[in-house]
Each structure stands twice: as structure tokens, then as C-alpha cells.
Design a protein around this ligand. Structure first.
Ligand code: SF4
Length: 487
């Protein structure tokens, strides 16, 4: 169903970029993580083999999803878990609420789970009088700020430590103006410990579920998932159906890829394995579809289900890094989110596949080799075919298409642009009608077109001469070097 509120990514991104300091710092912080990822990837000679293996395992899972799900459900039941099936977010939320209410659970500690974000579980439970505390530190920070996460691995990456200090002062009573990360982390620890000790139930997400054994794995760096389900006797695990792996032996491939791709660590600090409930406790596993089988049935986009939610595509994406996660207004932002969100509602999220420079960096870093930028391109075609593009973009595309169909016109316009651009006053180039000029400089006009350069080289080679690049007849004027770029 199409929602009325259309996501306007360019508008939201413009608001983020307007704060130049924050946008720059956000960009640099994520690039730092990307560099750490590169070092880790380069340290393993078998990196590409791991990626290829992971890609093939996931393709097998998606192709045989029903069989693996059945096998997992049977094995998990044998281990003592209760397995529930949810077609959509509403069913998932109702199942979780029913379990909690029937056991009188009022206070819940939850570890990070993008699936429960996708289903909007927190507000749903809160509306029914249940307290839900997110126990991942970053998640707790955005929960206190009443915001969704802006990144799937680093939920509060858009926050500076001074702002977290303010938030903690307001909600946790820390000293005014305190910004020392150790002091703030200790305050959060004390606050969360109280919540862990008083919890009636723990909810976790699932990183990998093993069809062969019926067990599953939750990866955290803070150990909060373990603590959250070790103290209370009731554990509810919310599992997107694409998170399955066939065999326990497959797990090593993914655990080696996940942390390296996500944060540049060799391994996540805690990889907790669950096989059935605690002695005397209860384990409920809610298997959630919520549109996944529709994606699996679509040959253009089914590979997006391979995603292991490492966030590497976000850390490398030049658009995500400069526009911030909230500008996507989707549970999963960034490149992979721009495939998944239109699969739910292409009219609402029509701008997201265009939030991409098609540089392909996301596909290069993806540990499960998803062809992300190719799928974004496919979405663009799909959205245009469904007539969901904004009229201004449609008009622009039609005009460009028309110019491309007339080579003489293309060449004349190119020549005119090369002559006039260097001499145009800055205000004629950088204005509201030129979105390319926002926060970045147009490139210098080259002296010749590609065709001219090619013809010239052919001629020189035919004459037996060496090819020498021609100097520009127009030196770029100072407007091109007076950069106000973000980065
Ligand atoms: S698409 Fe690939 S890189 Fe992006 S979050 Fe998923 S697994 Fe990681």
C-alpha cells in the first residue's frame, strides 16, 4: 500500500549538509571506519574467496528458503524453543505482545535488532503499557533522543559527544557539560545495569540462524544481548526469514566477514550462540516475513536478501556519508536500504535509488557480493516505468534523451559549454536551479571533447607521431579554485 508521505531525500539531505561542520565530521568518521575495513580485508589473502563463498551460501538459502525454514523450525522446536510465524509487522508485534502479556512481563530489555525497528515494535509495546529499554549504547542514546537509528551498526554516528553529554544530563542526571566518553559510558552502564536487573524479559534480534541445528547467533560488541537474556527467564528472538544459514560449518565464513566489514574488527566481541531456552526458562523465536518472500520472488532484487547488515555499503557511500542516515527516512538507510525500501513502497521511496552516484563502491565492499549499484540502476528504470519520478526529473531526462539522440546538437552544446563555462560569473553557475553546485564545485571545463581528442590522437598516430596532450586554451578562472566544498 502506498503511504501518503513521500520521502524527499534531496530536501532532507540539503538540511543535513547545511550544517557544514557536522556533514564534514560525519563523512570523515565513516571514512575512518571504511579505512579500518580495508586494512582488515587486505590482511586476509582469502578475502575474495570468503566473499564468493558467502554469496553462494546466501543464494542457496534464498533459492531454498521454505525448506531451510522448515528444517530450522523443526530443529529449534526439538531444542525446546517455541517457534512462531509472522506474515508481517502487525503479526510480529501482536505475537510478541501476547507472549509478554500472558506472562505478565512489564519491563523489557532489548538488544539491537533492525527487524524490531522495521516492525516499530517499541512504540507498539509502549502503547500497551510495556517499558522497552534498548540496551545497545548507541541505540539507547537515540532512544533517549526519541529518534530512530541513523546507521544500522553505528546508530548514533550523527551525534557528537557534547550532545550525548547534554542528553545524559537531561535523562540520566550526569554533570552538566560533561563530555568525557569514559564518564558518559560509565553513567550509561550504571543506568542499564539497573534496567537489566529489573527486566521481566529479554528481546534480541538474530544475526545468523542455523537450519541444521536450530540454534542461532547474536553478535554484539557490548555483551548486552547475553546479559539481557541471562537474567530474565523469558527470551524472545525476532528473526527475519532471510537470516538463515544451512549448516553450522557456514557460520565461520560469515563471522569472519561481518565484523571486518562492519567496524574493521577481526571479530565481534561477543558472538553468542543460543540452542534452546535456559534451564527453567522459555525461548520464543518469531520468524518474520514482512515482504521478504515477495523480494525473493523477484529475480531483479532477490540478491538484496543476501545482506548481513554489516553497514559497509553505508560507510563507503559518498551520498550516505554526506547526507546522513535520517535523510533516507527508512529503517535501513544507505545503498542497501535504497533497494529494500522501494521494494515495500516504490512511490513513497522513489527518490532513494537516485541517492546514488553509481560509483559502485558499495558493491566493491559488500561482503556477500551484492551488486548493489546495479540493482539501484534497475530500480531507477522501474520507478520511471511506473511514472513515479518527479515531473522536474522526468522533464530533465526527456530533454537530455532528446539531446543525446541528436549528435550535432550534443556536440554544439558541449562546445558552447566549454567556451562559456570558464567565464561565467559564479552566481550564474551556483544557484537554486543547479543542484550539482550545492556543496561542491563543478569540474573545470576540458579544452576538447572526447571525440576531438580521439580524432586528434588517431591523426597523430597515423602520421607516426607521439600523442601529446593539448594545453587548455582557457585557464580555469579563480571561481573554480575558490572551493567551498564539504570535502
Ligand atoms: S548490502 Fe552488503 S555491505 Fe551493505 S549492509 Fe548488506 S552486507 Fe553489508
Amino acid at each position: 500500500m502506498t503511504s501518503l508521505a513521500i520521502v524527499d531525500h534531496p530536501k532532507k539531505a540539503a538540511a543535513f549538509v547545511a550544517d557544514i561542520d557536522r556533514a564534514h565530521w560525519h563523512d570523515q568518521s565513516l571514512w575512518y571506519v571504511r579505512i579500518k575495513r580495508d586494512k582488515q580485508a587486505a590482511s586476509l589473502p582469502e578475502w575474495e574467496l570468503l566473499r564468493e563463498t558467502a554469496s553462494q551460501i546466501k543464494a542457496n538459502v534464498v533459492a531454498n528458503l521454505a525448506d531451510y525454514l522448515e528444517q530450522f523450525a523443526n530443529e529449534a522446536t526439538k531444542l525446546g524453543a517455541v517457534v512462531h510465524w509472522a506474515r508481517d509487522a502487525a503479526e510480529h508485534n501482536a505475537i510478541v505482545l501476547n507472549i509478554l502479556q500472558s506472562r505478565g512481563a512489564q519491563k523489557i530489555v532489548k538488544s539491537k535488532s533492525m527487524l524490531t525497528e522495521e516492525c516499530h515494535l517499541n512504540p507498539y509495546l509502549e502503547r500497551h503499557g510495556i517499558e522497552v529499554i534498548d540496551t545497545d549504547l548507541g541505540e539507547r542514546i537515540v532512544q533517549l533522543a526519541k529518534e530512530p537509528p541513523s546507521h544500522i551498526v553505528l546508530p548514533c554516528i550523527h551525534y557528537k559527544k557534547e550532545e550525548i553529554g547534554e542528553l545524559f544530563h537531561e535523562h540520566l542526571g550526569t554533570d552538566k557539560g560533561a563530555k568525557d566518553p569514559k564518564y558518559l559510558a560509565e553513567a550509561a552502564r550504571q543506568h542499564l545495569r539497573e534496567k537489566f536487573c529489573g527486566a521481566d524479559a529479554g528481546i534480541t534480534g538474530v544475526n545468523f540462524a542455523i537450519a541444521e541445528t536450530g540454534g542461532f547467533v547474536v553478535c554484539t560488541n557490548e555483551g548486552n544481548a547475553d546479559l539481557g537474556v541471562s537474567l530474565p527467564k523469558l527470551h524472545i528472538a525476532c528473526l527475519g526469514i532471510e537470516k538463515l544459514l544451512p549448516r553450522a560449518a557456514d557460520l565461520g565464513v560469515f563471522l569472519r566477514l561481518l565484523a571486518r566489514s562492519a567496524t574493521g574488527q577481526p571479530i565481534t566481541t561477543y558472538s553468542s550462540h543460543f540452542h534452546g531456552p535456559l534451564p527453567g526458562g522459555e525461548l520464543h523465536i518469531v520468524l518474520v516475513d514482512n515482504g521478504r518472500t515477495d523480494i525473493a520472488a523477484n529475480p531483479d532484487f532477490r540478491r538484496s536478501l543476501n545482506c548481513i547488515r554489516c553497514g559497509a555499503c553505508m560507510n563507503t557511500c559518498p551520498i550516505y556519508r554526506r547526507s546522513g542516515g535520517h535523510s533516507y527516512e527508512a529503517t535501513v538507510p544507505g545503498p542497501i536500504g535504497s533497494i529494500l525500501a522501494p521494494a515495500r513502497d516504490s512511490a513513497k521511496y522513489a527518490t532513494l535509488p537516485h541517492a546514488c552516484s553509481l560509483c559502485g563502491s558499495c558493491s566493491d565492499v559488500c561482503p556477500v557480493k551484492i551488486d548493489i549499484h546495479q540493482q539501484l540502476l534497475t530500480w531507477r528504470k522501474e520507478i520511471a516505468a511506473r511514472k513515479q519520478l518527479k515531473w522536474s526529473k522526468r522533464l530533465g531526462m526527456q530533454l537530455t534523451g532528446w539531446v543525446f539522440q541528436h549528435p550535432w546538437l550534443y556536440s554544439t552544446l558541449g562546445k558552447m559549454a566549454r567556451w562559456t563555462l570558464p567565464w561565467m560569473p559564479r552566481f550564474m553557475l551556483y544557484h537554486g536551479l543547479n543542484p550539482w553546485g550545492k556543496q561542491r564545485e563543478l569540474p573545470s571545463a576540458p579544452p576538447q571533447s572526447f571525440r576531438e581528442l580521439y580524432a586528434q590522437r588517431q591523426k597523430q598516430q597515423a602520421n607516426g607521431g607521439s600523442v601529446t596532450p593539448q594545453p587548455s586554451p582557457h585557464s580555469p578562472p579563480s571561481v573554480y579554485s575558490a572551493s567551498s566544498k564539504v570535502n
